[in-house]
Design a protein around this ligand. Structure first.
Ligand code: EAX
Length: 320
């Protein structure tokens, strides 16, 4: 049995005011970002014995992810669980993890992101006003579309694919031959009305947002490992004492680890469900051909910032 924090207050007659944390996510309850946020709320409220109280603003009630990040910078909201793509607008370091076909599997992603290189990436967000706390995940991204089964890059030619607000994501889909259209989340209506033919996201998105209703074809391309950065406002962070900082940092990391496992444990069932719902699944697209098309991205202008380039090369070396 779990006593709620409110019940504990009643019993203890505690009257001190909790510090309120506003936390923004763009997706709806049941989504990857929300599962991380909910777990963080549960852990920090419990561990701080009610000293912190978290209110989650979901479903874009604070705007899209770029807008949430602007509010985090200003400390009008204190935290966010934000998909890696939109960070690109604020700080080019996030491009390195969005690099196509960088990690071969979950274990490798965890090893890098939980290790010193991941820590360095989080640290380098401070210059943009963000305290990066940890990485939770969306998962590996896969292409869906309403036009045709996509097995190789040849099938992508001219396809209108929605991409996140991110220069690297746009570059990936240009290199693959698509017609990439940057657009903030959510995108159901645009898919339904045919403004865009396709999109790419991890499997949970196809389930939670019911994309099986409007997208016939799913190709398991796993082209990008999609992470969230669990982020706090640096302005706010600097007002906290060291104990609170440590407690928040730890609670967010534990929530992230919990959420990654939760997400991964559901993928097999999701695939089954999407099949049952009538999606045609291309399980083994020609990944070698996809990789060849994006092989030169690291030499593009996008990666010419010395710090970004150095980090990308270090990760590439570490995952060899
Ligand atoms: O988490 O914008 C995106 O494609 C994200 O992956 C989406 O918010 C689902």
């Amino acid at each position: 049995m779990v006593l709620s924090v409110a019940t504990l207050f009643l019993f203890s007659g505690n009257s001190f005011a909790a510090t309120k944390i506003k936390l923004g996510v763009v997706t709806k309850p049941g989504s990857a970002q929300n599962i991380a946020a909910q777990k963080f709320k549960e852990l920090i409220e419990l561990r701080s014995k009610g000293g912190f109280e978290v209110k989650i603003y979901h479903s874009a009630s604070l705007g899209n992810e770029t807008e949430i990040l602007q509010q985090v910078q200003m400390n009008t909201i204190q935290m966010g669980v934000i998909t890696g793509g939109p960070f690109d607008t604020f700080n080019p370091i996030s491009r390195v993890i969005n690099y196509p076909f960088l990690f071969k599997d979950n274990a490798q992603a965890d090893e890098i992101l939980d290790g010193p290189l991941g820590t360095q990436i989080l640290k380098s967000l401070e210059i943009s006003g963000f305290k990066g706390l940890s990485f939770s995940e969306n998962g590996f991204r896969n292409l869906t579309n309403s036009k045709k089964p996509v097995k190789s890059p040849d099938d992508i030619k001219g396809l209108k694919v929605r991409v996140m607000a991110s220069a690297i994501h746009k570059a990936i889909w240009s290199a693959l031959g698509a017609n990439p259209t940057p657009m903030p989340w959510p995108i159901y209506t645009e898919l339904e009305q045919g403004v865009i033919d396709g999109q790419e996201n991890p499997l949970w998105v196809m389930e939670v947002y019911k994309f099986y209703e409007i997208q016939k074809y799913l190709s398991l391309t796993r082209h990008v490992y999609s992470y969230h950065i669990d982020v706090a406002s640096l302005k706010w962070w600097e007002t906290l004492d060291a104990n609170d900082q440590e407690m928040i940092q730890k609670a967010m990391y534990d929530a992230a680890v919990y959420q990654r496992h939760d997400n991964r444990s559901k993928d097999a069932a999701r695939l089954k469900l999407l099949k049952e719902k009538g999606m045609e699944i291309i399980e083994n697209p020609d990944i070698a051909a996809f990789r060849a098309k994006v092989a030169n991205l690291k030499d593009m202008d996008l990666y010419q910032d010395p710090q970004v380039k150095e980090m990308l090369l270090k990760i590439m070396e570490a995952v060899k």
